[in-house]
Design a protein around this ligand. Structure first.
Ligand code: MN
Length: 263
C-alpha cells in the first residue's frame, strides 16, 4: 500500500510509514514525581498523582494488575477548559469542547533565547505581530505554542516551579499579549512548557492571571507542561490534543502529539 493512497488521510498514513511525517511526543511523562503548581495561602492546592494497588498478580486478582489513581485535573501535561476560570464559567467543560478545537495547526513562537536571558520573560503583543510579519497570519483554529526551553526543567520540581523571594519566576504573556491572543485571532488555544499558561508573576498583573482571565473567558483553551517543543517547526506541524472526556471537567491530563513534515 505504498504511495497508492489517494486521500489526504491516506497520504498521512503513507507519510508516517515512510518517515516523511514524524509523530512527535509533546507530553511529559506523568508520575508521582510530576511537579504541580503551588498556590500561596489562603488558596487550596491540588494533589499530584498517587496510586493505590487494587491487585497485582495475587490473591486479589491472580492474573492481572491494576491501580486506583488519585490526581488533580490540572496535573502534568494538561488542558484548561473554559470553565476552569470564573470568566469562562458559562463556557465548555472538557467533555463538551468541540473536537475540532483539539486538532489544528501549530504556530510556534520561539522565545528560548530571551528566556535564557530572563526566566521571567513576558511575551508581548509586538512579539506576536512580529511573528505574523515573518510567518503570516495565525490561522483560525491554530494552537499557539510558546517555546521557551522550559521543558528541560520538567523533571526537577525546584527548577521547574522556580520560586524566588518574590514568587515564581517563569515566562508567559503580558496583559496586552493575553488580550491579543483572546480577541484578535480565532485561535483554539495557547500551549506552554511551564506549569501554567500565565507567567509566574501574573498574579500581580491587572487583571490577575490575564491569559486565564481573557482566553478561557473567550471560550478558548490552555495547554501546559508540554515537552519537545524544540522538535517542532515554526509552522507546518499539526497538533492533536487528547484530554479525557470528563463530564463537568475543568481540565484534564492530556496526551498531546504532533505530526511534523520531514524533508
Ligand atoms: Mn490548569
Amino acid at each position: 500500500m505504498s504511495s497508492t493512497q489517494t486521500t489526504e488521510v491516506g497520504a498521512l498514513i503513507d507519510g508516517i510509514a515512510s518517515g516523511r511525517v514524524e509523530v512527535v511526543e509533546l507530553t511529559q511523562p506523568l508520575s508521582e514525581a510530576t511537579p504541580v503548581i503551588k498556590l500561596p495561602p489562603p488558596f487550596a492546592n491540588t494533589p499530584g498523582l498517587s496510586r493505590e494497588e487494587i491487585s497485582r498478580y495475587d490473591d486479589r486478582g491472580p492474573a492481572w494488575a491494576w491501580y486506583t489513581l488519585t490526581i488533580g485535573e490540572h496535573v502534568g501535561t494538561h488542558l484548561d477548559a473554559p470553565i476552569h476560570w470564573v470568566t469562562g464559567k458559562d463556557g465548555a467543560d472538557v467533555a463538551s469542547i468541540p473536537i475540532t478545537s483539539l486538532v489544528g495547526p501549530a504556530c510556534v513562537v520561539d522565545k528560548t533565547a530571551e528566556t535564557e536571558q530572563d526566566p521571567g520573560y513576558l511575551l508581548t503583543a509586538a512579539d506576536l505581530e512580529a511573528w505574523e510579519a515573518e510567518n503570516g497570519r495565525m490561522p483560525d483554529g491554530a494552537w499557539v505554542l510558546f517555546r521557551t526551553g522550559w521543558g528541560v526543567r520538567a523533571q526537577d520540581e525546584a527548577a521547574f516551579l522556580n520560586v524566588g523571594d518574590s514568587g515564581p519566576v517563569t515566562p508567559g504573556p503580558d496583559v496586552e499579549a493575553s488580550r491579543w491572543l483572546a480577541q484578535e485571532r480565532r485561535i483554539s488555544g495557547f500551549g506552554v512548557e511551564t506549569v501554567g499558561i500565565d507567567a509566574g508573576a501574573a498574579g500581580g498583573f491587572d487583571p490577575p492571571f490575564p491569559l486565564h482571565n481573557l482566553l478561557l473567558g473567550a471560550g478558548r483553551l490552555g495547554l501546559t507542561q508540554l515537552a519537545n517543543l524544540d522538535r517542532l517547526p515554526i509552522t507546518g506541524a499539526l497538533i492533536v490534543v487528547a484530554p479525557l472526556r470528563l463530564v463537568g471537567g475543568t481540565g484534564s491530563p492530556t496526551r498531546t502529539l504532533a505530526f511534523v513534515p520531514r524533508g
